[in-house]
Write a protein that binds this ligand. Sequence first.
Ligand code: ADP
Ligand code: MG
Length: 631
Amino acid sequence: MMPFPVSVCGFSLRDTSLRVFIFNPAALRSIQEVRRSLPIFPYRDDLLAAIHEHQVLVIEGETGSGKTTQIPQYLLEDGYTKGGMKIGCTQPRRVAAMSVAARVAEEMSVKLGNEVGYSIRFEDCTSERTVLKYMTDGMLLREFLTEPDLASYSVVIIDEAHERTLHTDILFGLIKDIARFRPDLKVLVASATLDTERFSCFFDDAPVFRIPGRRFPVDIFYTKAPEADYLDACVVSVLQIHVTQPPGDILVFLTGQEEIEACCEMLQERCRRLGSKIAELLVLPIYANLPSDMQAKIFTPTPPGARKVVVATNIAETSLTIDGIIYVIDPGFCKQKSYNARTGMESLIVTPCSRASANQRAGRAGRVAAGKCFRLYTAWAFKHEMEETTIPEIQRTNLGNVVLLLKSLGINDLIHFDFMDPPPHETLVLALEQLYALGALNHLGELTKLGRRMAELPVDPMLSKMVLASEQYKCSEEVLTIAAMLSVNNSIFYRPKDKVVGGYSTQWCYENFIQFRSMRRARDVRDQLEGLMDRIEVEMVSCDGDNIPIRKAVTAGYFYHTARLSKGGYKTVKHQQTVYVHPNSSLFEEQPRWLIYHELVFTTKEFMRQVLLGFVWIFPLKKRAAAFWTI
Ligand code: ADP
Ligand code: MG
């Protein structure tokens, strides 16, 4: 069933049925007026009554109807934060948690971090006064370690439930369990218009509260033939819309930071060349690692006469709502984790998105007025090549982290844990095996002392093992820096350069093609980890330039990720899988016989990412030291 009228099956931007409309009226109204104009507002009292009546309620509403920003405020107004009790609202994505918290703080005229705050991994923007707490689903999961019954919460909202992230799925099981002995705890499961029956069924037939949405028709256009280069096709489509179509902002869906940056650069470059021949086009990226001041820009209203194009990951599918979007460009791809339970290989792969995703994306064009969605794939591909829905993450990811966490919560029988969709049996077994190999579990599958300490660190088991091993090898200063650098994704380098000189400065970063912001984040992450080291009583010591202990500590954590040079490529030691060093890596030429890698990424081939050199260079970073890795 197609949720939108399909008017043209062929990709023609010279379509004559053009409509002209006024958009973005929100920009002109006060914040309180905007609040009252949201689709959820007329249902405020009914919703509060339903919450009062039922312990668990599933709330279904179109993206942008006001679930995330309004429900916590309604609850606060209704007295759910009396006595300092908190209302928690989980988000699968960091960016969304930060952005909605900022928006709600603004709506309530309070400073972010006071009454309204957010908590994401390695960043806690809350205080004693915080009663509305937005957080990633992973952070709420970790709160179970310190507060197993979530006693300080009066309401927990599991938002964006349809995303079915690993952490959200685990939260379902845990919260269903504690709700039994905490009758005063309200549980709200909020979702876009997807899968709500399944949530209701899982929570013992909890009632579903539906917020009728407003949705304008969206015309969907397909290409006649598959696009060879979807990035270029996006750029061309944006410019065509810009010069031929009436006002309205454009939203482009790409798969990740690199693509988004490339697309934005191409757009800016072409606009520069066209100069004053075309109206102003504001090009704005949005992705997880984008600094928050840049993120906020996507919400600023477009000046008259100009047009805005937001180039986003699928964060803009349901987590964030940008007003004024009339045109959506959807190449039909997303970046997805995939896991081979046989070999234990996890990789991030660009794959076609699901039909459900494609329809959500198209829906973004019809929020304020009738819109258009340009799908850069054929109607045939939509029908035959895309999956109906996205497979829940729990069925395509490594479970090491979650198993360790559940074990530390005293949940030993994982086979019988109340999963909404159970993970594949082999994946569970593999996770247990890996934790055993790392020494986190004993031969009975029970948590060891080491395992308990590992669980305290909010990082993957291999990384936490590496950190804890640094205690024994007396190199915790250096290893913690490595851990921090590995935790800020792959965004330290503009491009690899092996000129390593200087201290810690913006200028130095700039001259050496290093992203200053990522370095700053790495430093913050390091500070956070250092605090945790104190808690698990690991002393901070430096090995003073001797890299042998560092390599030992890394190996203690990452022995599963060892590869050996073999016929032009590498073979992993554990599974004899062929993997490669990326041509951009400074090790590409060098080809050391043995390597340890952080993760595998499949782009054109299986590439090892963050490869440990045959030896590790150390360069001074203030008083500390940082190990230098190649991409
Ligand atoms: P839902 O959770 O149902 O998708 P939200 O509560 O996120 O809806 O958003 C409701 C409305 O609030 C949006 O349509 C938008 O107008 C406004 N809004 C949300 N976040 C922001 C923001 N960061 N800046 C400006 N407006 C926002
Ligand atoms: Mg929302």
